[in-house]
Design a protein around this ligand. Sequence first.
Ligand code: DX5
Length: 232
Amino acid sequence: MRQKNLIVPSILAADFSQLGTEVEHLCEAGVDRIQWDVMDGVFVPNLTFGPDVIAAAGEHSTVGFEAHLMVANPDRLLHRYIDAGCEVVIVHAEACPHLHRTLGRIRELGARAGVALNPHTPASAAAHVLSETDLILAMTVNPGFGGQTYIPTVEAKIAEIRTMIDESGYSIELEVDGGITDRTIVGAAAAGADVFISGSWLYGWAAGKTAGVHELRSRAAWAQTHHDETAA
Ligand code: DX5
């Protein structure tokens, strides 16, 4: 069963010298959550936010934070990002030799647990941890940087994950991240996604973030309705 569509901006596209103000502006724009792209320079070739930065920005937020841990060996960092205020923590299946235990640990620490799959990783990598999972993130770019081009072939995997979730009976969000625009969101939503990460497109939308959030939300809803009608 699809969850309500959520629009979750990636802070990676923001002005890092004004993170508190940027968070306030995103909240004013009506976003549902804010995603912090945490990168360690090992799992991905980029370095970004530590927990103290996120904790400081949290004082400016009226919406929840999620941490997308693009890091090697994330178990060592889970408590730091949850203590910093992240209510959802997403780890990469490719970085977790004991994924079932890691997801359970995130929940024990009081956050919701997400598992991210890189474009090459099959949906089956999450098949045996659905009981421990609150969110599955199907990456629509190779992680590490914002502003990359959406990979449309991932849509077949999104549809597979949608079927897996619906057949499981668990309440699990299906998130997509990377190259999500007012155009690419249509295919991702039709395939089954219900949480949409957007960074560079939302920050670049000429009519502003509030209009951009509205545009993404309405395009996703249209795509799902149109898909359901044509599938009926
Ligand atoms: C990849 C990052 C990006 C970011 C969104 O590692 O996770 O996907 O969040 O980037 P845009 O929306 O600019 O493609």
